[in-house]
Design a protein around this ligand. Structure first.
Ligand SMILES: [Zn+2]
Length: 455
């Protein structure tokens, strides 16, 4: 039976009247619940089996005697009724990766005033399969291990993302079919989590810059959530992707010039007060990509010895590493698998930095590559990626440009029609075997569908 979860945020209860209205709404209490705390006790103890996650109890306490009594009612009800599981926790916060400033997760600022990018901080319980909601056939079955602002927004947003199968490719390689997603790429994991967050905090309009799959994913989830959306794409972006963005009702603005210039134009718009739903800036995106690893663990009942992950901006890498650390800290796995990070040989600022032992991405001039999805010359979270790579001995491998078409063709002849950036993963795997010897028990992500990269 699914355990119903209620997230009760003390910050929403700073006066008696507010508390009354908020509790009635969030716990769906019957109309006869008044401001009377005895009635609240009766309501709580008559709830079906549930988990109540009580956040920011300090904010309630600041109401004085009434606040303290209110908290006691929750505790007394949980003590008397074994069907109620009460946990007290901090609310998610954003921490600046540069200066350490903390702000509530409901902040709408794209980055810290010092320019640093945000990182999420919240109480994360140890990973346990017991806490996976097996009644949900989407990635939110792992929501106990994701930062969520409430337990309702994701229900309005989910389109069944995640839960992608793992299939055998040959004796040594398994493929995780992560393009089996609503918008045909793994970016749906991040977009679903990010747009659920937007809905929770009442965002009604977002902007995003993307030349590829992330723009499609954000546009689709905004459509689902009823949130206005404008996607900025650089000139030369695939007409198919532009059509798809517009089909979701989003405004698609084509910006002349480079990809970097397109991002600058979009950020200017964000600075004027529109929410910046960007897959690199916004840490909620990584809450979604974490589920890639949780799924692998649940599906296989273990972690493969090797995980090959493509790295451009690192949206999958950062989420995956975080989830792996979580599994390790929780004792679910005994050792870290060998992570192999693939970068295009024509655009490898992280691989070069890692080989030189540097903490910041190397300054490079990217050359055109078919693996356009990972061709990021200046990854904004490069230092974070490099620090994790160093900590866990991640092996960087470059994608041979002349191996991409062959890999794509080999996959297609085995029934798998993926985009070039995805085929690059298999090309990287092959180079890895050529350089280091046979790599067995390796999981490779199939992150984008082929139809989207046929120009
Ligand atoms: Zn800062």
């Amino acid at each position: 039976m699914e355990l119903k979860t209620y997230i009760v945020d003390g910050q929403r209860m700073t006066s008696r009247e507010q508390a009354h209205a908020y509790l009635q709404e969030v716990l769906a209490l019957p109309a006869w619940y008044g401001k009377n705390l005895d009635a609240l006790y009766d309501c709580l103890t008559s709830l079906p089996a549930c988990e109540i996650r009580l956040r920011n109890a300090d904010a309630v306490r600041q109401m004085g005697e009434y606040g303290q009594k209110l908290l006691n009612v929750f505790r007394d009800a949980a003590a008397a009724d074994r069907a109620i599981r009460l946990t007290e926790e901090r609310a998610p916060e954003l921490i600046c990766t540069r200066c350490g400033r903390r702000v509530p997760a409901s902040t709408r600022a794209a980055a810290c005033t010092c320019g640093g990018l945000w990182e999420l901080s919240y109480d994360l319980p140890p990973f346990s399969l017991e806490d996976v909601d097996r009644g949900q056939w989407n990635m939110f079955r792992y929501r106990r291990f994701m930062a969520l602002d409430d337990d309702t927004s994701w229900r309005a947003v989910t389109m069944g993302e995640g839960m992608t199968p793992i299939i055998a490719f040959d004796d040594d390689v398994m493929l995780k079919m992560d393009y089996f997603m609503p918008t045909l790429s793994f970016k749906d994991r991040g977009a679903a989590a990010l747009i659920a967050h937007c809905r929770s905090i009442g965002v009604d309009r977002v902007v995003q810059d993307s030349s590829g799959n992330a723009g499609n994913a954000v546009a689709a989830y905004c459509a689902r959530a009823g949130i206005g959306c404008e996607i900025f794409v650089p000139e030369g972006a695939s007409p198919k992707k532009i059509d798809m963005i517009r089909a979701h009702g989003a405004v698609c603005t084509v910006v002349p010039g480079s990809r970097d210039h397109c991002a600058d134009v979009c950020r200017q718009k964000a600075e004027s007060g529109v929410y910046y739903a960007n897959h690199v800036y916004n840490p909620y995106f990584y809450e979604g990509t974490k589920t890639y690893i949780y799924e692998v663990f649940e599906q296989l009942g273990r972690m493969p010895d090797h995980l090959l992950i493509p790295v451009g901006n690192g949206t999958l890498f950062l989420g995956a590493m975080r989830a792996l650390e979580h599994l390790l800290d929780s004792g679910a796995i005994r050792r870290m698998p060998q992570v192999i990070a693939a970068q295009s040989e024509r655009c490898a600022p992280l691989m070069l930095a890692a080989r030189r032992g540097e903490a910041e991405p190397a300054v490079i001039t990217p050359e055109p590559t078919m693996a356009e999805g990972i061709a990021i010359g200046r990854p904004m979270r490069g230092a974070q990626i490099l620090a994790l790579a160093k900590k866990w001995d991640v092996r960087f491998i470059s994608v041979p440009e002349d191996g991409i078409l062959a890999a794509r063709s080999d996959l297609a002849r085995r029934g798998i029609y993926c985009e070039h950036t995805t085929a690059a993963n298999l090309a990287a795997y092959r180079r890895c075997c050529a350089v280091y010897g046979k790599v067995s028990d390796c999981l490779i992500t199939m992150c984008g569908a082929g139809l989207k990269s046929d120009h």
